[in-house]
Design a protein around this ligand. Sequence first.
Ligand SMILES: Cc1cc2nc3c(=O)[nH]c(=O)nc-3n(C[C@H](O)[C@H](O)[C@H](O)COP(=O)(O)OP(=O)(O)OC[C@H]3O[C@@H](n4cnc5c(N)ncnc54)[C@H](O)[C@@H]3O)c2cc1C
Length: 416
Amino acid sequence: MRYSGLKVIKEALTGHKGWRPTWRDPEPKKSYDVVIIGGGGHGLATAYYLAKNHGLTNVAVIEKGWIGGGNVGRNTTIIRSNYLLDGNEPFYELSLKLWEGLEQDFNYNAMVSQRGILNLVHTDAQRDAARRRGNAMILNGSDAELLDTDGVREMYPFLNFNNARFPIKGGLLHRRGGTVRHDAVAWGYARGADLRGVDIIQNCEVTGFKIENGRCLGVETTKGFIGANKVASCVAGSSSRVMEKAGMRLPIESHVLQAFVSEGLKPVLDGVITFGAGHFYCSQSDKGGLVFGGDLDMYNSYAQRGNLPVVEDVMEGGMALIPALGRVRMLRSWGGIMDMSMDGSPFIDKTHIDGLYFNGGWCYGGFKATPASGWCYAHLLATDTPHKVATAYRLDRFRRGCMIDEKGQGAQPNLH
Ligand SMILES: Cc1cc2nc3c(=O)[nH]c(=O)nc-3n(C[C@H](O)[C@H](O)[C@H](O)COP(=O)(O)OP(=O)(O)OC[C@H]3O[C@@H](n4cnc5c(N)ncnc54)[C@H](O)[C@@H]3O)c2cc1C
């Protein structure tokens, strides 16, 4: 079903009886050209671009829960292209460009809002680092502006500029960054893939792989065996668990990350702000709630709920930056499982098993990557060669010593 203004008016006048489910609910076929494991943003985007860019439609997305129930519907919705390193920035810039045309492309309102992201700086050294990052962004075709204190004050006069410990000395403004309604992204890609013939199979868990003579022949699932020429894992926080079933041990750990939403307020914050002296960032959703994020809970877990010390830490960060937050009531919080790679950068690669491919290691930044991840993974699956902006995302990069150490914490963050 195509959506249009006329259709909305017609349905409004006729009791909304003509809407049909946005995607089908098919039983799995015996085999497919490509089976994608995981119906999160990345799995659905991969299916969409396989069909749209490469004409591959004999494809299934196998999801153990429901579409949008994983991290794609749990994140704080921020999109940006403000990375420092060459291995990353061209990829995230492609992603931002795809976000910019996405709603027209899949004919679905995902509420893409380029409201700007401001990374605050609180020391002279941080300003130098921000300047360097901004220059790297501009060299890679992105946008960046360095603001001084007055420039930040003009945008957000209610910030705590004179905090004795964390004075605000300026900020790096990335105007094309912003937010997108996260679950609409899952729905939009699901609808677009389904319209092109992709089977989206929910409530079906992949429980194992059939591997013979070094080749993957398909997946065992709770709905029986499904054969495939190519199997593409795309399960984010469950990556290590799923790939373990194929006998692979990944350079990935799973950690919990929490998000928080306040009661609804009148519009007070029209961009995204990140605190540079602690782990806190904030935006306002279109429903009015303030959306806060912070750091990982810092222990390995597959639970989708967090712990109290991080709640306290995030609220303290918020209060240090915006004292008026003390009047706001927090309504909700939840957690998601993050697939933290050892250098903070992702993987889009073939594995050593023929016909088995891997996409993961998105850490806490995979939402913004969704379009480019699907685009590049589909390219790899269709052509068996990496897309030019994803050539660095190889599984063997630690063995080769070619890390993309965006976090600057080395190959073993657990030892720091
Ligand atoms: C609190 C929080 C805040 C975040 N904020 C941001 C942000 O602001 N910006 C940003 O860029 N990123 C952010 N992220 C990260 C981002 O959400 C993730 O990196 C990204 O969503 C992961 O990709 P995905 O959408 O495909 O994952 P998911 O939606 O988790 O998809 C993976 C799917 O695989 C399924 N699956 C797992 N095992 C199996 C199996 N055996 N068989 C079948 N299916 C299986 C799961 O059920 C799940 O639906 C945040 C994450 C969290 C939790």
